[in-house]
Design a protein around this ligand. Structure first.
Ligand code: HEC
Length: 193
């Protein structure tokens, strides 16, 4: 196989080919993506903090479980873009599983965080052509903060009630063992062009 073909096959495997876009448009897409991702993180973080302070982690589990998809779908309805959250180590693989493009970006976020960049500054976006059309795709990292550790920290540090609840609701949970400053996952946005 020639090198060109090999590259094409690799890209086709990823089902996404990055294409050039005028700088002006790209900047605008970026800003709009950033705004929506910021809104998502703020809405969810605020609710989580309120619930943790008011009622503790058992009710807050509900926030991460039900409010996150709700906030995501309300933003999706408002913008017409697909807004969701993904992770390389999912708690709920049915909702949080990244596709190949997202896996690459998340791996790059991890690499950059390990290299000393602050997780809250990590973002990436580009225009891609996929079998389904042309999209602007954008991701913004969700950093692990102290509040996240109650449910995503080292398994031995979780309270017994949280541990029990997670074990019964999420038999495939891979989302423990994190420490502050790591990348827990990302908000991901897919906008048809
Ligand atoms: C009170 C417990 C709790 C806290 C605190 C918590 N989470 Fe979660 N998190 C969960 C649960 C439960 C899920 C699974 C949700 C579902 O069913 O889709 C989850 C899922 C996620 C996901 C989706 C990907 C996946 O693994 O399925 C991300 C991203 C995430 N949490 C990030 C965070 C971040 C960032 C924080 C801190 C700001 C945080 N969580 C705090 C319980 C929590």
């Amino acid at each position: 196989m020639s090198i060109r073909l090999a590259i094409f096959a690799a890209l086709a495997g990823a089902a996404a080919v990055a294409v050039a876009q005028s700088g002006e448009d790209l900047r605008r897409y970026f800003e709009e993506g950033r705004k929506v991702a910021g809104q998502f993180a703020r809405d969810l973080g605020g609710e989580l903090r309120r619930e943790l302070e008011a009622t503790g982690p058992m009710r807050a589990i509900i926030v991460c479980k039900f409010s996150a998809p709700e906030v995501a779908s309300s933003l999706s309805r408002m913008t017409g873009w697909r807004v969701s959250r993904v992770s390389l180590r999912t708690r709920n693989p049915a909702l949080g599983q990244p596709d190949l493009w997202e896996q690459r970006v998340l791996a790059e976020f991890d690499r950059r965080a390990q290299g000393g960049e602050k997780a809250e500054t990590l973002e990436f976006g580009e225009v891609v052509v996929e079998p389904g059309g042309r999209f602007f795709r954008y991701m913004k990292a969700l950093p692990v903060e102290r509040t996240c550790l109650q449910c995503h920290g080292p398994a031995e540090a979780l309270s017994p009630v949280v541990k029990e609840r997670l074990a019964s609701d999420y038999p495939f949970d891979k989302a423990t063992g994190y420490s502050v400053g790591q990348v827990r996952g990302a908000v991901t946005i897919k906008r048809p062009l």
